[in-house]
Design a protein around this ligand. Sequence first.
Ligand SMILES: Nc1ncnc2c1ncn2[C@@H]1O[C@H](COP(=O)(O)OP(=O)(O)OP(=O)(O)O)[C@@H](O)[C@H]1O
Length: 283
Amino acid sequence: MGQSQETPRGGPEPYYGRAAEAGGADGPPAAVRVRGLWKRFGEQAAVAGIDLDLPSGRFIGLVGPNGAGKTTTLSMVTGLLRPDDGLVWIGGRDVWKDPVAVKSRIGVLPEGLRLFERLSGRELLAYTGRLRGLPGEEVDKRAAQLMDVLDLTAARHKLVVDYSTGMRKKVGLAAALLHNPEVLFLDEPFEGVDPVSAQVIRGVLERYTASGGTVVFSSHVMELVESLCDWVAVMAAGRIVAHGPLAEVRGAAPTLQDAFLSLVGARRSGAGDGLDWLGGSTR
Ligand SMILES: Nc1ncnc2c1ncn2[C@@H]1O[C@H](COP(=O)(O)OP(=O)(O)OP(=O)(O)O)[C@@H](O)[C@H]1O
């Protein structure tokens, strides 16, 4: 299991191309390379100098308790939030020096996704596709196929404002996939999604990784991460506390949940201590 090492502040390394491969000299190239990434909000370090190499073509889970820094990390990695310090490369390009090139290669489903509410789902995808520079015919074809696979065809003319939570996630995912990105970043993609829609989303993502795409997604749901991901990074208090292939991070623990609880130092018992007023016996 890889343990995080901090890069000295102010001295992040450049991207070394194939020499920087995540899996070693013979492994696949790193899809995402992070060095010395920091973000502070006032006195608090939300992300405290993380280094990470995410291998390409994998289904990668970023897990951690509430407030661990997952959303802040994903926002900095995808060019949505400027880091205080550190560097990020995607496909060998510096996210903050070469944002247009990087953004053409990635798809992002951010937390609290904001959509153009007064467009229909179909119009939203047409608009997104044209913004991405795809020819109109190609946009129409891909949008129709994505809506079909994601079970949105019947709702294609409905305004996005009238979409349910799951439908919003699905149309957001379609928008993120439309230009066939190399790396897809998803912040809590299954939150608020019913099991049927979750299964549909899962099928699309599995197909995407099977054809060489890289998925990086954050989640609290360990069973989901364990069943979907082949590589995980565990965050706690702004740091990466473990990363690597799922089996290595899980180690001898019976489940990823058990490994996670011991890695993040969670309290297993005594959760109700001090709440002796709670319940019917004292009423
Ligand atoms: N804009 C902000 N201003 C101030 N503090 C922030 C801001 N964004 C995040 N934080 C703080 O940074 C820390 C990390 O937050 P972040 O949202 O990245 O965690 P997370 O791992 O995504 O949590 P969750 O699983 O609950 O979504 C938290 O303590 C949070 O309160």
